[in-house]
Design a protein around this ligand. Structure first.
Ligand code: SME
Length: 192
């Protein structure tokens, strides 16, 4: 059963512990729930795996010491089904309002989508084409989510995880490892 307590992270936990809890809670929440977003208001228990994942991440970062607790945006962009060119559209997130569409290849999110590779950016001002949705963001990590959409068997980028931090060097290889694990889980756990 979905419960707000899933977002409670003990203060003083390590980054490993916090991410392990994110993954464990996410796995539990995704059981019997393959929708990445509520698409049918008639079915009240259709939740949103991405919305719950954004909440888990947000509260996990809040429980950690700096730099993690300086995270100011955590969420998702998904493949824009209404666009003829490869483009992302804003998905569920926690933080301030953000730009709504990002073409593949543009900014950090677009680079992750185009290359299918995680982008760990220590200083966004040094990243060519960085899209400054919020001038407070100084570092960023973006992880692509791959899945075989429509049962084709061929994996492609269906969404990206984007996390921003208000200080430089906000993320390291531990963030990369666990966010890639979360991307893998989401790729497998949702019908894209
Ligand atoms: N900074 C991102 C755009 C998305 S926002 O940070 C939420 C980028 O350059 O891709």
């Amino acid at each position: 059963m979905v419960h707000a307590d899933a977002s409670n992270f003990a203060h003083g936990v390590t980054k490993d512990d916090a991410y392990e809890q994110v993954l464990m809670q996410a796995e539990g929440l995704f059981i019997d729930q393959r929708n990445w977003l509520c698409v049918d208001v008639q079915i009240s228990d259709l939740g949103s795996n991405l919305a719950n994942a954004a909440s888990l991440l947000w509260h996990a970062y809040r429980s950690l010491p700096s730099p993690s607790k300086e995270v100011n945006w955590a969420g998702f962009y998904v493949l824009d089904p209404s666009s003829t060119k490869p483009q992302l559209i804003l998905g569920p997130f926690q933080g301030k309002v953000a730009c709504q569409t990002i073409e593949f290849g543009r900014g950090v999110c677009g680079a992750a989508a185009a290359t299918q590779k995680t982008q760990l950016v220590a200083d966004v001002d040094k990243f060519p084409g960085h899209i400054a949705c919020d001038g407070d963001s100084k570092s960023e990590i973006v992880v692509p989510i791959l899945a075989s959409a429509g049962g084709s068997g061929v994996k492609k980028v269906v969404a990206i995880i984007d996390v921003d931090c208000t200080i430089e060097n906000g993320f390291d290889d531990l963030d990369r490892k666990y966010l890639e694990d979360l991307a893998d889980l989401l790729g497998r756990s949702c019908d894209w």
